[in-house]
Design a protein around this ligand. Sequence first.
Ligand code: AMP
Length: 281
Amino acid sequence: MITIHSTKELTSVIDKLKSENKSIGFVPTMGALHTGHIELVKQSINENDCCVVSIFVNPTQFNNSVDLKKYPRNIDRDKELLELAGCDIVFTPTVEDMYEPEDLKQLYDFNFGGLDRVMEGKFRPGHFNGVVQIVDKLFRYVRPTRAYFGEKDFQQLSIIHRMVDVLKFDIEIIDCPIIREESGLAMSSRNERLTPQQRKKAAEISKVLFESRNFATNFSPEKLKAWVIENINKVDELEVEYFEIVHTNTLQSIENWASSTVGCIAVFCGQVRLIDNIRYV
Ligand code: AMP
């Protein structure tokens, strides 16, 4: 595995791979890697000649400076895990290399078609603007054949699909399932910030979501939504920020059960904000 720090060096390595007609699988991450990330990496290795993983804590997608500062970072351990998984290239650029100073100040111009106005977009203003801004840059440097994203960030995945359509990238986006801890808790770099006690409480989020699926369509979406919120808020230290049952294509809330719906949730566990989602029908 080689580590590349600069876009200049990356460009020459990618040029060589392209000249050899090699397929490139790409997994963008913010580091503090866990099994959820590594599953994406393994799939990328299986399906491509070369696997590139980026590790970059992207400042423009954080609307909260404390969250950015506290975001877990552990580059040495990340590299060990990637080496073990069989990754070929790890790309760890600096903020200065990825952004011109004025890029950091102004919003990137992208038409989200409304996908950014709900859920994460509503509660984290500017978040998806930063995501699209950095993924656009990374795609132009890495020039992947396929790029791998987790369904854990369901809304992000929808937006990436739209971005590839709108900007006409010739890249196949691969949706990867949510990887969970044994307790059901969706794996997340932010779980590292939970105390052992909080981790147990946070596992209740997925328990309630799974239980809700057992009788989902017996209730109206509105009633099911209220039930989920009430049962999660009952747990000490958990506080639901939003829970929405939406159509998977439009991300708009549904009033009646339709095909292809997903329930997306954001919950504070103490100071730590966690997200998860579950497919209904
Ligand atoms: P992040 O480092 O949090 O930006 O995540 C990098 C990629 O890993 C994103 O595509 C995430 O959706 C994906 N990912 C993170 N956690 C999980 C998980 N528990 N299961 C599947 N994919 C995940």
